[in-house]
Design a protein around this ligand. Structure first.
Ligand SMILES: [Zn+2]
Length: 312
């Protein structure tokens, strides 16, 4: 139900108004950060359009149609993502880096068929910004002449990577980063963990998907423990180098680690004179990520030098 989508009132109200007045666009662009409810909202729209209990705008969540869509097995509703493409092309999911033209051709074949059981054929394309140029060009044809009772929802974090011609044919619905209070509320209901909830919320940077993943929670614990060790001077050089090895050595993940470490340092040291020095140093490490630096070496230096500055 739409009421399960928290913190996106503007987007939800606008879609509900369109559903109520039967003025659904033929293509939407759901744009906003990762993990704030874009895909979830797209699925609710697909459910509302196909729900068998028609007396309300809210999908009922109980009829066979709503249930099938929730389980992603409705024959008229398709969630297109890298996993779906991998299945279509008989490749491994991890090999997928772009949405290829073959996927768009498959959508075009499918969209032209009669509806199986629903009122609407809905195609939700996740990470639409990853479409190749030829895929985007191919999709234009469908956006120009969409069959009746069909809906395309492009979901994206980076609207500017789509061509202007695609954007101009979609109604744009913007999704915001979630407020910390909303992430906190969702996490409390989901996990019932109290200790690090504030910290996890802060690190999640407005994304509830991020905040509720196990991997993310583990990483939060890791940074937290690491910082406790650093500031209490508990760790010697060998220890620190061991810890450095545990930081994931992929540029994005390292950046996230650095951001989170900085949040903790700011929290504890903001009123002290050593804060500006350590912050300046850590930011210089973050800048170094833009170049092709050796990430192992970077995190080694980051930990050793940070401890040196704060323990001076
Ligand atoms: Zn229903």
């Amino acid at each position: 139900m739409f009421k399960n989508i928290l913190g996106q009132q503007k987007a939800v109200l606008s879609l509900q108004a369109q559903l109520r007045t039967n003025r659904i666009a033929q293509a939407y662009l759901f744009a906003g950060p990762e993990g704030v409810g874009r895909k979830k909202t797209a699925i609710e729209v697909a459910k509302a359009l196909n729900c068998r209990n028609k007396e309300q705008i809210e999908p009922c969540d109980e009829c066979p149609s709503c249930r099938k869509i929730d389980k992603n097995i409705h024959p008229d509703v398709h969630l297109i993502d890298f996993a779906w493409q991998a299945g279509l092309l008989e490749e491994k999911p991890e090999q997928q880096t772009q949405i290829k033209i073959d996927v768009i051709r498959e959508i075009q074949r499918e969209i032209s068929l009669k509806r199986f059981e629903g009122n609407y054929k809905v195609f939700i394309i996740d990470q639409a910004e990853k479409m190749s140029q030829s895929a985007m060009n191919c999709l234009l044809k469908t956006l120009e002449e969409p069959p009746e009772n069909s809906l395309l929802i492009l979901v994206t974090t980076s609207q500017d990577m789509l061509t202007q011609t695609i954007i101009s044919r979609c109604q744009i619905i913007k999704f915001n980063r979630l407020m910390d209070s909303i992430i906190h509320k969702i996490l409390t209901e989901k996990f019932n963990l109290s200790t690090n909830l504030d910290r996890i919320t802060k690190f999640a940077n407005g994304s509830v998907a991020k905040a509720s993943s196990e991997d993310f929670i583990e990483k939060t614990e890791f940074v937290n423990e690491l910082w406790s060790g650093l500031k209490s001077k508990e760790d010697d050089t060998i220890n620190l180098l061991e810890l450095s090895k545990k930081i994931s050595h992929d540029s994005e993940q390292t950046k996230e680690f650095i951001n989170n470490l900085l949040i903790l340092i700011e929290q504890d040291l903001v009123n002290e004179s050593r804060f500006s020095k350590v912050a300046e140093f850590i930011l210089s490490c973050k800048r170094a990520l833009r170049y092709n630096v050796n990430l192992n070496l970077l995190t080694d230096v980051l930990l050793l030098k940070t401890q040196e500055i704060i323990c001076r």
